[in-house]
Structure formats: C-alpha cells, structure tokens
Ligand binder design. Structure first.
Ligand SMILES: [Zn+2]
Ligand SMILES: [Zn+2]
Ligand SMILES: [Zn+2]
Ligand SMILES: [Zn+2]
Length: 309
C-alpha cells in the first residue's frame, strides 16, 4: 500500500506527488474517500464510491476540481499507471455514460478507479457533448475562449475531441448537475432520465442580458433567448454557493435545538439530613425512624418546658 505522510494520503499514479485526500459527504451519512492530484487532474475513487456521493459531497468535489484550473496543462498521460494502493497495473475500461463510453482506469485487484475530470462527471451523466452551434454561441456571442473541460487546453479548433488529451468536447449538463447537487441522502434521482426540478428556483446570471434565470429549468434565457451553456467548471460556482446554502440551512433546521439545562429544584425538607436518613432506611425500619423522630421532638419540648418553668 502506497501511503505518504498523513494517514491515507496516496501517491498520484502519474506524478507520484501526494494527492489531496477528501472525505466527502455520502448517502446514508457515510463519508466517501476521494483523492485528487491537482496538477495531473486525476481523481481516485475506491470501489464504486462515486455513486455514493450526496449533494454536499458533489459540491465539495467540484470545488476541489476547480482548484488549479488556470494552471499549466497536466503532463501527458504515462502509458502504464499503477494502482496507488496495490501497485498493480491499472487496466483501461470504458464506463457506459449517457452519450457513449468514457475511458477510465481500473485496478483489477481492488476495483478502485482513476478518472479524468471529465470522466468523473461523465460517469454520473453530469456532462453532455458541446454541439457545434453551442460552440459558435460561446465563441461569437459570448466572446469566450474555449478550453477543454478535461485538461484545460485551448479548444478553439473545430474537431470533436481535444487535441491535447483526446477527451471529447463536453460541457456541464446543468439540469442534471443541479439535481445531483440537491441529492439528499437515500435518493438517487440522477438515474431519472428527466429529473424534475425541485427546491427553490436557482439564480444564474444570463450571459446575454444579465437577468437571473434558473439553469435547471431553462435551456435558454426567458428574457433574451440566449442559450444557457456551462463549458467550464468555474461556471457552476453560483450553483454550488446557492445549493450549499440551501442544504446547510435544511440540515440546521433538522438539528434539534440545544437541550436546556435542567431546572434546579428548590430545596425543601427532602434535602435535610433526616430525610436522607429516612430514605436510606429499608421500609421495615421506617417505624423505628418515626420513633426516633417522636423521641427527639419530645426531648425538645421537655427542654423548653424546663427552660421556661
Ligand atoms: Zn499527479
Ligand atoms: Zn488496487
Ligand atoms: Zn483536453
Ligand atoms: Zn438573457
């Protein structure tokens, strides 16, 4: 097992540097361990763990993937990468996604998976192909410089795949992403082919006119008709902020209020030494205690009588 420094800190299979270890919110209250190498843009999941992420887990993972997006391109992929846990060679697999098969690397021994950024999102159906007409909208109307969502290389060419990393050009599927981010524990609504929008409407600034629109409900701006497109992970920051606030408020509302300290009982005769003595006596000896109490009272009266008379 290849661990570095802190417990469960894995070495990146590509560059051997320590990967960032994340404990992400999973369904059923579990935490899902995920490791990320920022320079190589590689994500390691233990067996089947990506399917276990809840909304807050996805939000934290996407914020992690946003790290280093403006950095230099990741190094070219080495021909053979080894499992960061077992050290056996990872084998290429093609995960079935909504729009075809997407490559990943799998460990034949522990079934862990190594994904590219686009691969993590494609596996859960959170990206879709970027169509030529949408690329024209982004380039001509929005004057955006397109970059490959997977590796960050310039994507201004006309091909269907990135010239640098060979990943197909994809962009975020905002309705499905919003659905995954709002996933509460115990649900798997991302499997629904047409997830119904729910929760408060999201607010997203239209890139055509600036009006707020809900990208989980509108493919185009209701005001100006401009297409709603998110070709970069940085485009989803307003969604992450809003849904995270929503989920945390819901969790806080479900948490019972802090327990009030118990009220102190006013002291009375039950707190006297005599009461404690009576309490300790077994029932059959209570009459003995009563006799003692009557004797003490009689003695007190006799002393008072002697004092005054
Ligand atoms: Zn690396
Ligand atoms: Zn392994
Ligand atoms: Zn690329
Ligand atoms: Zn608009």
């Amino acid at each position: 097992m290849q661990l570095i420094g802190q417990p469960h800190q894995l070495a990146c299979p590509q560059c051997a540097a320590p990967m960032s270890h994340l404990s992400l919110a999973g369904r059923d209250g579990r935490t899902v361990p995920v490791d990320h190498c920022t320079p190589c843009r590689l994500v390691w999941f233990d067996r089947f763990e990506s399917v276990q992420l809840a909304g807050l887990g996805w939000i934290a993972l996407l914020r992690e993937l946003q790290q280093g997006l403006g950095d230099p391109l990741p190094p070219p992929r080495t021909a053979r990468l080894a499992c960061p846990l077992c050290r056996v060679a990872l084998k290429p697999v093609h995960n079935r996604t909504r729009f075809g098969r997407f490559p990943a690397l799998e460990c034949p021994r522990c079934q862990g998976h190594l994904h590219s950024h686009a691969g993590v999102l494609a596996e859960r159906g959170l990206v879709r192909p970027l169509l030529p007409v949408e690329r024209r909208t982004l380039q001509e109307d929005e004057q955006r410089r397109l970059c490959c969502l997977n590796c960050g290389a310039p994507a201004d060419g006309q091909g269907e795949a990135c010239a640098y990393c060979r990943s197909p050009f994809v962009m975020l599927d905002l309705p499905r992403l919003a659905q995954a981010l709002r996933l509460r524990p115990g649900r798997d609504e991302t499997k629904s082919p047409t997830p119904a929008p729910r929760g408060r409407p999201l607010a997203w600034p239209c890139r055509g006119c600036g009006a707020a629109l809900d990208p989980s409900r509108h493919a185009g701006c209701p005001q100006c008709g401009h297409a709603v497109l998110a070709p970069s992970l940085l485009d989803v920051t307003p969604l992450l902020d809003q849904v995270e606030t929503e989920l945390r408020a819901e969790i806080a509302s479900r948490t019972p209020p802090a327990q009030r300290p118990p009220r102190r009982r006013v002291r009375d005769w039950r707190d006297t030494g005599l009461a404690r003595l009576l309490h300790r006596l077994p029932p059959e000896r209570e009459d003995v205690a009563a006799l003692g109490w009557q004797f003490g009272l009689g003695l007190l009266l006799w002393l008072a009588w002697r004092w005054f008379f």
